[in-house]
Structures are given as structure tokens and as C-alpha cells.
Design a protein around this ligand. Structure first.
Ligand code: GLU
Length: 484
């Protein structure tokens, strides 16, 4: 069996050699600067699911004093759009992620071309001329014969004349990387395990003989994601690649290409993918769960980030107030092997917990933007009743605006006593107690029958912040005006 390894530490089987090698790897880890990257394709907005690799990388870098690169995978020129790239930057900034460096693959084609030249010189990349229909037919045939649908390397057998003839017909080549899953004869493949120690999944291995040679360059000359990603990781000194587990098989291929390019591969971590409670992927609900729409819904970035990061780990899900607190809770090795199920409805509860604890300084600008006055006293009074900061608007309306008082006929007489017995002097947070005990003595009402008609008449609602604190904010003029 051939072996290809990510870190040389892992080539040995005997335990004491392994231990020494792991110690070397640890020294290497301590000495190296951690550099991570989040590499979205700017073909849409990011949603809560793909905010996870962004957050995981950001928190990992934060905990290791490392560097975070935002790298746009924009080699697909048709689908990539500058406005999506901009929106991704805005969404990340809202979450609290401000990259140390921003790169675009579309600007780095010369570096990829140079890597291709090296692979060509080493005979590791070859031209293929099959159309996608032809390939599909071959795959179906292989499946029918009970064989894995792996590309048979037929193009390697083409002579120069045959290639010239195909090109004369107008066919353009696409280029595949020759996987190192053979010992000299590429038509005699043999089991070739690529292994690595994954930060989330532990020991991993992929058999290169089970995979097709990956296409690196499309027929139109553009690059697929595989090679640019490797060249960039090498050139940008990426030390850790943290991404979704849908890339595990790619990692097998990419480790072989790192080796072919003579480069040391980064450390990998593949996290589980977010699904809804029914186990569906997020694609159907992408719109509603985009970071942009969660922001427009008035959710706090830290409730979104906390849920995105802690779901699917062994840590309890709670809303952390800031990135430092979330970083302290974050641990890639606590990411579970099964999928990360989440219920978007949980966001509101988490958000409410954060809002209840928010200081006035944290919200004063936003309250001002919402046209809400009342200063700190107002915020302290209403925050426990707000699931979102914007809920404060309804309470400000009670204080500052018109309300529709709710008055039951049965309560009219009681409320006219209330007008008479309203205490003289400044309205303070003692006023409510003095007023309601006087009313109780006069009318014999108590409990709900005593408080609720007052709350409804003064606020138009039958729930809300403590009336003791609301009275001074509503003020004498409004109070008396609202009583019948
Ligand atoms: N553009 C790829 C993705 O979003 C990047 C994968 C990687 O991080 O290497 O899945």
C-alpha cells in the first residue's frame, strides 16, 4: 500500500517514533504563526450555515493570536459578482469579523499558471477531451457493472496525433491531475491512503484509488477551486484550513497536490454542517436565514454567532455577550461528528437573553436611530420586556405618543376613583405603590382587578414593564389624560 501523508509526523507506525514526531509537530505548532482563511465563493449572500466556517476560523485565529484572511473563491467569473463579495464583507463585519487581509483568486491567475507549469513538467497533469455526456455515459456503464464510477484515465492513452485530431475537430482540453495511486503504471491503481489528524474529526484517511483524477482546469481555461485553493494556501502561509465536512474527500486530493508541489500541507479541521431540526440542509431556507435578513430582523450579531458556533458541539447553547466570551467557549475538538441540528426559533430566545443584559451605552445609538428617547432610565425599565432592541419602540410609544387606552365598562367607576386619588407632587417610582394602596382602601379591589384596569388604561396593553417604573416615564399629564 502506498502512503501519502500530510504532516511528516504521521508517516511512522511505531509508537515511540510517533510520539517523537508528534512532539516535533507540537513544537512546529507553537513556533508557527497561525494563519487561517475563510474562502467563500461570491455567488450569493452568506447564511447562518456558511457563517460557521467564517466564525470558526475567526475564533481559532483569535485564540491563537493568528491572522484571518478573507479569500474570495471567484475563479468562476460567470457566477461570481462584486456585489456579493461586498455584501459578504458587510455581513462578516456585522458578525464582528474584520479580516486582516482580503484576497481575490481572480487576481492571482499567474500564480496558478506557474503551478500548472510545474505539474506539467513533472507529468502530473494531463489533457482530456471527453464531453460531460461522454463522461456521464461511462459512469453509468461502470455503475451497471458494479464498479465505482471512477475516471478510467482513457485520455492518458491518447497519442499526440489523436489529440491534434480532436483539437482540429474543435475540442478543447480540460486538465486532470494524476493522483499518486499507482506505482508507475497509472492503469494499475492500488489502495493509497492519505491520512491526517483532523482538528474536529481525529484520524482521517481517504483512499486515493477510490477517487477520479480531479479536473483542475476547465475546457475554457478557467480554474476549478481545487488548485487555486492549494496555491493560495501555500503562498499565503495558511497554517490551518478549517472548513465544512463536505470537503473531506477534497482534502485527500489536495494533500496529494500539496505534496506534488513540494509544499508542506496545513493542518485541517472539518466541522459538521448545519441542518434544520428535520435534518434538511439549509439550501431551502437560505433566504430567510441569510445573515443580511437576520440583521434586518433586528437580531443581535452575538445571538446569531453564538448559535452558529455552539450548535453541533458538546458545549451548551447560550448567548455569549461578545466575541471574547465566545472564543473562550469555542473548541474545535468539541465539534460533534453528527450533523448540527438547529431551530431558527431558538434565535429569538437567545437574543432576548442578550438584550435583557445590555447596558444603555451598548444601545443608545440604536435607540436614537429608532427615534427613541428617555435615556438610561427608559432602557433600564423596558429591556427585560424586549426580545429585540427594536421592541423598545412600542414602549416608547406608550411614553411619548398616542395610545389606544383599553377601558372596560365595568372599570369606569374604579378608574374615576383612580383619577381622584392620583398622588400629588412629582411622579416617582414610589407613586404606583402609594396610588394602588389608596385605591385598594377606597374600592376594596386587589390583585389583577386592581392593577390590570390601570395598566390597560395607561399603556393600552395587558403586559409590559413594571408599572412602578413606567409611571414616572409616562408622566402626570399623560396619566391623567388617559384615565376616563
Ligand atoms: N469556496 C469553498 C467553499 O465555500 C472553500 C472551501 C475551503 O475552505 O477550502 O466551500
Amino acid at each position: 500500500m502506498n502512503r501519502v501523508h500530510s504532516v511528516d509526523a504521521l508517516c511512522y507506525d511505531t509508537p515511540h517514533i510517533l510520539k517523537a514526531a508528534l512532539a516535533r509537530a507540537e513544537t512546529y505548532r507553537i513556533l508557527m504563526t497561525v494563519t487561517v482563511r475563510f474562502a467563500p465563493s461570491p455567488t450569493g449572500r452568506i447564511h447562518i450555515g456558511n457563517s460557521r466556517p467564517a466564525l470558526f476560523n475567526w475564533l481559532y485565529a483569535k485564540n491563537e493570536n493568528g491572522k484571518f484572511i478573507l479569500r474570495f473563491d471567484d475563479t468562476d467569473l460567470e457566477r461570481s459578482k462584486a456585489e456579493f463579495a461586498e455584501a459578504i464583507e458587510v455581513d462578516l463585519a456585522w458578525l464582528g469579523i474584520v479580516p486582516d487581509q482580503i484576497e481575490r483568486q481572480s487576481e492571482r491567475v499567474a500564480a496558478y499558471d506557474a503551478a500548472v507549469e510545474k505539474l506539467k513538467a513533472d507529468g502530473l497533469i494531463y489533457a482530456c477531451y471527453e464531453t460531460s455526456d461522454e463522461l456521464e455515459r461511462r459512469r453509468s456503464r461502470a455503475r451497471a457493472l458494479g464498479r465505482p464510477p471512477v475516471y478510467d484515465r482513457a485520455a492518458l492513452k491518447l497519442s499526440n496525433e489523436e489529440k491534434a485530431a480532436l483539437e482540429a475537430e474543435g475540442r478543447k482540453p480540460h486538465w486532470r491531475f494524476l493522483l499518486p495511486n499507482h506505482s508507475g503504471d497509472p492503469f494499475e491503481t492500488k489502495r493509497t491512503e492519505v491520512t491526517w489528524t483532523d482538528l474536529c474529526r481525529g484520524e482521517q484517511s481517504v483512499d486515493l484509488a477510490s477517487l477520479s483524477d480531479p479536473v483542475l482546469i476547465r475546457e475554457d481555461g478557467t480554474y476549478l477551486y481545487t488548485l487555486p485553493s492549494i496555491v493560495d494556501d501555500i503562498d499565503m502561509g495558511v497554517s490551518h484550513v478549517i472548513r465544512g465536512e463536505d470537503h473531506v474527500a477534497n482534502t485527500g486530493v489536495q494533500l496529494a497536490i500539496f505534496q506534488a508541489l513540494g509544499a508542506k500541507a496545513p493542518i485541517f479541521g472539518h466541522h459538521n454542517l448545519l441542518t434544520t431540526v428535520d435534518g434538511d440542509g439549509l439550501s431551502k431556507r437560505k433566504g430567510a436565514l441569510s445573515i443580511g435578513s437576520l440583521r434586518e430582523d433586528g437580531l443581535e450579531p452575538m445571538s446569531v454567532a453564538s448559535l452558529a458556533v455552539l450548535t453541533g458541539t458538546s458545549a451548551a447553547i447560550e448567548a455569549l455577550p461578545d466575541m471574547d466570551a465566545l472564543a473562550a467557549k469555542f473548541d474545535l475538538s468539541s465539534v460533534s461528528r453528527s450533523s448540527a441540528k438547529f431551530d431558527p426559533a431558538d434565535l429569538v430566545g437567545l437574543n432576548a437573553k442578550l438584550v435583557h443584559e445590555m447596558d444603555f451605552d451598548q444601545v443608545s445609538d440604536r435607540l436614537a436611530d429608532l427615534g427613541i428617547g428617555g435615556g438610561e432610565a427608559f432602557w433600564q425599565t423596558v429591556r427585560q420586556n424586549c426580545e429585540k432592541v427594536s421592541d423598545a419602540k412600542a414602549y416608547w410609544q406608550i411614553i411619548d405618543g398616542e395610545i389606544t387606552a383599553v377601558v372596560e365598562d365595568d372599570d369606569r367607576e374604579f378608574l374615576s376613583f383612580a383619577t381622584k386619588l392620583f398622588p400629588e407632587g412629582d411622579v416617582t417610582n414610589e407613586t404606583w405603590g402609594a396610588w394602588t394602596s389608596a385605591l385598594k382602601g377606597e374600592t376594596g379591589r386587589k390583585g389583577r382587578g386592581l392593577f390590570m384596569p390601570l395598566r390597560r388604561a395607561l399603556t393600552g396593553m395587558d403586559h409590559g414593564p413594571d408599572m412602578k417604573d413606567m409611571l414616572p416615564l409616562i408622566g402626570r399629564h399623560n396619566i391623567l389624560a388617559r384615565l376616563p
